[in-house]
Write a protein that binds this ligand. Sequence first.
Ligand SMILES: C[S@@+](CC[C@H](N)C(=O)[O-])C[C@H]1O[C@@H](n2cnc3c(N)ncnc32)[C@H](O)[C@@H]1O
Length: 326
Amino acid sequence: HLRTATRVLLRLGEFHAVSFPEFRRKAGLLPWESYLAAQRPIAFRVSCHKSRLYHSGAVAERLAGAIADRLGRSPVVQAFRDSHDPHPPQLIIARLVRDHCTISLDTSGTALFRRGYRQATAKAPLRETLAAALLMLSGWDRRSPLMDPFCGSGTIVIEAALLARNRAPGLSRRFAFMDWPDFEASLWRRLVDEARKQEIPEAPPILASDKHPGALRAARANADRAGVGEDIEFARRPVSAVQPPPEPGWVVSNLPYGIRTRSDADLRQVYVQFGRVLRERFPGWRVTVLAGKRHLLRCAGAPLQEHGWINNGGVRVLLAQGTVSR
Ligand SMILES: C[S@@+](CC[C@H](N)C(=O)[O-])C[C@H]1O[C@@H](n2cnc3c(N)ncnc32)[C@H](O)[C@@H]1O
């Protein structure tokens, strides 16, 4: 049920090393055979800070040597690209700080925000992990209505449905640890079965809208792939036309950034409308949003208050929250 991490690392070992022979000998004592399958290429990510071994490339070379010493065969070393590749090389992370080395193995493979359901995207999609974090941060109780009036490819509402249904986010994807020689497939199947038994059969009202037909098509297809298509009510409408259900709930949304095409005046108008709609039609609702720019957020006005900048896959976005007065 971990929804917000990008990857999970397993600490394989740590040791002190001030020379390459010492490093290679100590790294060679680690139980690599439990984790590295014969045909699986490996990749290194090495960082060195304030250490006598300061050349990360040379450290990676010695690490490959240590693995070869231990396994009796030379591993195939590749570059690690955080892509959609369903079979990335096994990532090994070595970190040297003041001559102390920690060696970790990536258990995830493809980054965890790639849950597998989002194949269609609209403009400026939000990482699945960040959408889940935003929902948790909003304080949504998972029982009251939830609405995203700028749903794009649907990431927030899909993550909301997964949360409300208590569905483990990685059930249908592969992880790097599944290729390890010590992986127990039967234990994994049991854990998956247990997770499925804990699912909740129904979700509260989850409402998604966007003014672009292409975004809605993408959102519906993604929600179906995630198995929550039935839990979300999709509607094509501009923010000026959204109507809340009678019972108050939460608005969680990723507002348009306008990185590409929109003129600033158009965007300001969207933010002004959003603020007005909230104040007129959503008394008592709690609101959490990400906005592209401070001056746009200010156009929305009350109740949104800034809570600082965060990073959405390389784009800085502003987090804002508030409760609409009754
Ligand atoms: C930043 S994107 C949302 C991305 C979404 N969170 C996702 O993960 O794909 C903003 C969305 O707002 C929509 N939008 C822009 N102006 C709008 C308006 N006036 N009314 C409703 N939707 C609008 C755009 O079509 C776009 O899909």
